[in-house]
Design a protein around this ligand. Structure first.
Ligand code: ACM
Length: 764
């Protein structure tokens, strides 16, 4: 590690960076010697039943990842545990923080102690990580002697999970909590209500889940999927019974995770208003739970009965979630309905509030008083600052960090959760294997480099930053598998930023530590992205011959990339990639990342014949603009794999860059149609299309620019009746010298359905 720093004075042996532990501990001191652990190592516990539970958790982790089962030795006490591992909760442990712990490894034994069960739990996790640092050592494990004194930098290390847009099973929520726990993440902000669903059982208002938890998904494919039991389109949904919530909350608490429930108000309220129309503003309120994404204009009204309803809901919520904080949403409440409603305007006069922002502030003040009277604290998205923040409210800053700055300047606490950097719905790479999401790439490194302590805060204000949180909004995460893929390992980066001291943060070291972390994920069945190590293969056909120019890279710039050209799987002795090269025009390249002889990525493959190199998926095309770029999944087929389209919703237009047209080309296109299920308000009028020449519209191809000459037109009629992807009849493009950008866009009369390119292929 210090080989590059020979000029440093070497009076003291340097402390090892952080071993294979994520998040990096606050302080690691190396001692001399080592301790060898195997299946016969004794484990003793002291301090309470909690120590025993934690020892049991540690044993299970080890069992999953190393295959042997340590026994708790009930006869021995920790003070007589020479030669073994001792876990103790001890009021005299030399740590100052309830989440802190002391871990010592000497040739005589291993001891983990903490003042509180949370600290001991984290010490056990760290010990498990040290034991699983090297995949090659599975049965007799030598642990270097050391002393770790650890505690978190921030007290709020969170992940938000949106269970409204898509529903995850209670079993998955527990699995997700376990995955959080091994990262020392300690807050699960659970987004339980939104326009598209209400997921929390409230006994006093059963329609919230009987009605509000169910919807018909958007698009023709779903609306034509008739449920034979009802004769109507099949409903998507689910909810969490109070019994299952109690179980999840207790499960999380055992693992040091507090669940902060979110009940959205006054906006993102459509599902509740559909269930109980009297809560809404309109005379003709919505009658079905909607399935569009975006921001609906439906707000709660401000009648006393509605405020009481919300207090009733908070009552039952507090009964289920014992944590200090209750989240009341507050974001994106567009005030159009309040402005247009005579009754709301009258109500504002009754309440003595001057404008709609103050009415929202009145709402939040009232809820804050209610929560405070019950010994709880209110947290809300940064819009709760508008119109005046409630006295004890905590701000979750999502529109950048300005909300956090304003909160801290005003003496309020804040949690940093800024879009886009900490939003897990953003793609994490451009790879074809990445699932749908927002189009912007927020890489693992982007999250890792997030600064959790804004420079604009005075030293005395820093204590108001409780911590940070990454948010898994699930509009585009239809499956639990995708939730995990989008969350991990980026949540590991957030965990390290939240736990580790700023001086311990080191991207290259973090990436090295991810290698054993990914082994642990596999052992525990934690789904995750491997974007950081995956090899990206760029292939472009040069003009003169048919061969392809190959460029290989991985996002983490880590390890060695090795490849084959004969169709075999790359190994640790395959050719190492150094610089771009030409090959082909046939066969296939396969490439993977190695760390020494350890394969640390999946194997990427790409065919190199001329027609494969000439074919580009929508991910390989350039978007003409990125005003609202999305990686959207098709709505069909209902069962099985669906195509995914990169598209700028505000300007559906793609560029095939540098096409070689010297011999002319046959242009083929595969296209799909998406439901336009986006509530984007008046912005919908900003989407412009060329006029169609036929009823179904056309795919138009223009040369050199999007205003350039139209050189091909592919009618959409053959695709009009297909929910799925359709390959259109090809069009011939006449020869032109050199390379040209081709601009591809659709003609259509309205936005629905929205046509999208799956792939474009150019053949000679
Ligand atoms: C949010 O992203 N609307 C908090």
């Amino acid at each position: 590690l210090f080989a590059g720093c020979r000029s440093l004075p070497s009076t003291r042996p340097p402390a090892p960076m952080s071993m294979a532990v994520i998040p990096a501990p606050a302080s690691v001191q190396t001692l001399s010697g080592s301790f060898t652990l195997d299946a016969h190592t004794r484990l003793t516990v002291a301090g309470s039943g909690d120590s025993e539970w934690i020892a049991g958790y540690f044993i299970k982790l080890l069992q999953s990842s190393r295959g042997f089962t340590l026994q708790i030795d009930a006869r021995a006490t920790p003070s007589h545990s020479r030669g073994g591992i001792a876990f103790a909760i001890d009021a005299a442990a030399p740590v100052t923080n309830a989440e802190g712990y002391l871990l010592t490894i000497t040739p005589e034994g291993v001891a983990v102690s903490a003042r509180d069960r949370r600290g001991l739990f984290y010490g056990a996790i760290t010990l498990w990580q040290l034991i699983t640092a090297d995949a090659r050592h599975a049965t007799r494990i030598s642990l270097p002697a050391l002393r770790i004194v650890d505690q978190p930098r921030f007290r709020w290390r969170g992940v938000m999970l949106d269970s409204a847009r898509h529903f995850q099973s209670p079993g998955f929520i527990e699995h997700f909590v376990d995955a959080m726990a091994i990262h020392k993440l300690n807050v699960l902000h659970w987004h339980l209500t939104d326009d598209q669903a209400w997921r929390l059982e409230i006994k006093k208002y059963p329609r919230l889940t009987a009605v509000g938890a169910w919807r018909v998904p958007a698009g023709h494919a779903a609306t034509s999927d008739i449920d034979s039991a009802t004769g109507k389109p099949r409903l998507y949904g689910g909810f969490y019974s109070q019994e299952s919530v109690r179980q999840i909350v207790a499960y999380a608490a055992e693992r040091g995770v507090t669940i902060v429930p979110e009940i959205e108000m006054p906006g993102h309220a459509t599902a509740a208003i559909v269930a109980y129309p009297k809560l809404g503003v309109l005379d003709a309120p919505p009658t079905a739970v909607p399935s569009d994404w975006g921001i609906y204009p439906n707000l709660y009204n401000a009648e006393e009965s509605t405020l009481r309803f919300l207090e009733d809901v908070l009552d039952e919520t507090m009964g289920l979630f014992p944590g200090e904080y209750i989240h009341v949403g507050g974001d994106e409440a567009v005030k159009d309905q309040w402005k247009a409603s005579p009754r709301i305007q009258e109500r504002m006069r009754e309440l003595g509030v001057a404008n709609e922002a103050q009415l929202q502030s009145y709402f939040v003040h009232r809820m804050e008083r209610y929560l405070r009277a019950h010994g709880r604290r209110l947290i809300g998205w940064d819009e709760i600052l508008e119109g005046g923040i409630a006295p004890d409210a905590t701000v979750m800053s999502w529109r950048g960090i300005d909300g956090a700055l304003a909160a801290a300047h005003g003496g309020h606490d804040a949690v940093l959760s800024p879009w886009p950097t900490l939003y897990l719905d953003n793609r994490q790479s451009e790879a074809a294997t990445d699932p749908p999401g927002r189009g912007r790439v927020i890489s693992l490194e982007d999250m890792y480099r997030f600064n959790p302590m804004p420079a604009a805060l005075a030293a005395a204000e820093e204590r108001h930053v409780l911590g940070l949180q990454a948010d898994a909004w699930t509009e585009h995460m239809r499956t639990e598998e995708r939730v995990e893929f989008m969350t991990f390992p980026r949540a590991a980066a957030v965990a390290e930023v939240g736990w580790s001291q700023a001086t311990r943060l080191d991207w290259n070291d973090f990436v090295t530590r991810l290698v054993p972390e990914f082994d642990r994920y596999r052992a525990l069945g934690i789904g995750h992205a491997n974007s950081v190590f995956s090899v990206r293969i760029d292939a472009q056909a040069p003009l003169t011959n048919g061969s392809a120019r190959i460029r290989l890279s991985n996002q983490g710039h880590h390890g060695e990339i090795r490849y084959t050209l004969d169709g075999s799987a790359p190994t640790a002795t395959s050719t190492r990639y150094q610089n771009e090269f030409d090959t082909g025009p046939q066969g296939e390249i396969r490439a993977a990342t190695f760390q020494g002889d350890h394969l640390i990525s999946s194997i990427a493959a790409r065919k190199l014949d001329v027609s494969s190199v000439g074919r580009r998926s929508s991910r390989d095309l350039k978007l003409c603009s990125e005003r609202l770029a999305l990686a959207l999944e098709d709505d069909a087929p209902l069962v099985g794999d669906r195509a995914m389209f990169m598209i700028d919703l505000m300007n559906p237009c793609w560029i095939y860059q540098a096409a070689d047209l010297s011999s002319g080309a046959t242009l083929s296109a595969a296209v799909g149609q998406l439901p336009f299920n986006f509530q984007i308000g008046d912005d919908v009028h900003k989407i412009e299309f060329h006029q169609p020449q036929s009823a179904a519209g056309e795919l138009e191809v223009r040369i050199d620019s999007c205003d350039g000459e139209r050189i091909a037109v592919l009618p959409l009629a053959p695709a009009a009746r297909h929910d799925d992807v359709t390959v259109l009849p090809a069009a011939r493009i006449a020869p032109r010298a050199g390379r040209h950008d081709l601009c591809l866009s659709f003609t259509q009369n309205g936005v629905d359905p929205l046509w999208a390119i799956d792939w474009i292929s150019l053949d000679r």
